[in-house]
Design a protein around this ligand. Structure first.
Ligand code: PLP
Length: 379
């Protein structure tokens, strides 16, 4: 059991014991290279294909559309890379201003190489409106990339509606679903997306396994070239245990979605108490729009969230902060918080509390929440 109270599940999650159990034989007994043609490799090979089916089922894709990568960042990078390789004459990329660095940093790199980038500003609630997407698409747009849910605020974007618009315009569409998978149902078919990325460690799977879903028929260019693994789509000897763990995590996520109602009730209770405690000195980011049920981002007036994070940590409570630079002396607000137009005196006070099914059951949740709230009030 944890020696600390963990409220930072958007950063990473605890692996489910069933995931660990599923992985163990592939770290010990069934260690042969799945590409080998001898009999001993048939078990790891089959296990990878079963995991592909489980992951595809979770997001309503077909198994042949699933590519396993080394992390969510690689899946995001590969989607963008693929789009620009497929359409070398199209030099314009549209992203939201709230994307994760796995998208923004790669696009910044492309910008330095001469690409044009449009960054869509969200509404004050943090949503990317489909109309703003429609307004910026140009004949030379290679890709539109919008995240399904934001990692800091949990705000859910209208990815299905945006997908309709992007598809009508005949442009490639990428959805970073890393913070949505396991928290809300995601239907790849309905998104109209060409590419969709996510990461196993965000939903109780292992670290170091990402997933890129590529729509059947979509042009694809690999980022990693080498051996013929993943049907020539991603070179490198497969992380068999990690992939098997991702399959199990996907199965558990599929079955575990109903638990999200309890998690949301806990989130709402913390939110309510923090509002009572801080009154006009707190803003709840994305309060009036759909958010992932586990996520609460608060912005506190004239407070450095890093200092508060340290103090909470000294009391055994782990939470996230929203600042882009985590240094104590010269903190910078997160681009998402700035893009949402949060007043300056609240921008550095963004604390993120993100829950998971391991914060349950209710009795334990109540104890942990009351410890969080009493520590906050003392601080
Ligand atoms: N995209 C989003 C929205 C994320 O929150 C993260 C991780 O924090 C990533 C991508 C990157 O995933 P990974 O850590 O597996 O590279």
């Amino acid at each position: 059991m944890n020696k600390f109270i963990y409220f930072d599940n958007n950063a990473t999650t605890r692996m489910d014991d069933k995931v660990v159990q599923a992985m163990l034989p592939f770290l010990t007994e069934f260690y042969t290279n799945p590409s080998a043609l001898y009999a001993a490799s048939s078990i790891p090979k089959k296990a990878i294909e079963q995991a592909r089916i489980d992951v595809a089922t979770l997001v309503n894709a077909t198994p042949s559309e699933i590519i396993f990568t080394g992390c969510g960042t690689e899946a995001d990078n590969t989607a963008i890379h693929s789009a620009i390789e497929c359409y070398p004459n199209k030099r314009h990329i549209v992203i939201s201003a709230c994307e994760h660095p796995a998208v923004t940093k790669f696009v910044e790199y492309l910008e330095k190489k001469g690409y044009f980038v449009t960054r869509l500003l969200p509404t004050k609630d943090g949503i990317i409106s489909p109309q703003t997407v429609a307004q910026v698409i140009r004949p030379d747009t290679a890709l539109v990339s919008v995240m399904a849910a934001n990692n800091e605020t949990g705000v859910i974007n209208p990815i299905y509606h945006i997908g309709d618009i992007v598809k009508k315009a005949g442009v490639l569409y990428h959805v970073d679903a890393t913070q949505a998978i396991g928290k809300i149902p995601i239907d790849f078919r309905r998104t109209n997306a060409d590419y969709m990325a996510f990461s196993a460690h965000k939903y109780h799977g292992p670290k170091g396994v990402g997933v890129l879903v590529v729509r059947k028929g979509t042009c694809y260019a690999p980022l990693l070239r080498g051996g013929g693994q993943e049907n020539d789509c991603r070179a490198g000897t497969e992380n068999v245990a990690g992939i098997v763990g991702t399959g199990m995590a996907s199965r558990l996520a599929y079955e575990g979605l109903p638990l999200m109602a309890d998690i949301q009730a806990m989130r709402d209770m913390i939110q309510h108490q923090i509002k009572l405690m801080f009154g006009p000195n707190v803003i709840i980011l994305g309060e009036s729009v759909p958010r992932t049920p586990n996520t609460l981002m608060v912005a506190l007036k004239n407070i450095n969230a890093r200092t508060l994070q340290d103090a909470l940590s000294n009391n055994g409570i782990m939470v996230g902060v929203g600042s882009a630079c985590s240094c104590l002396k010269n903190p910078k607000p997160s681009p998402t918080v700035v893009a949402m137009g949060v007043p300056k005196d609240y921008q550095l006070g963004t604390l993120r509390i993100s829950l998971s099914r391991f914060n349950l059951p209710k009795e334990k949740a109540l104890q942990d929440v009351s410890h969080l709230l009493s520590t906050l009030s003392q601080l």
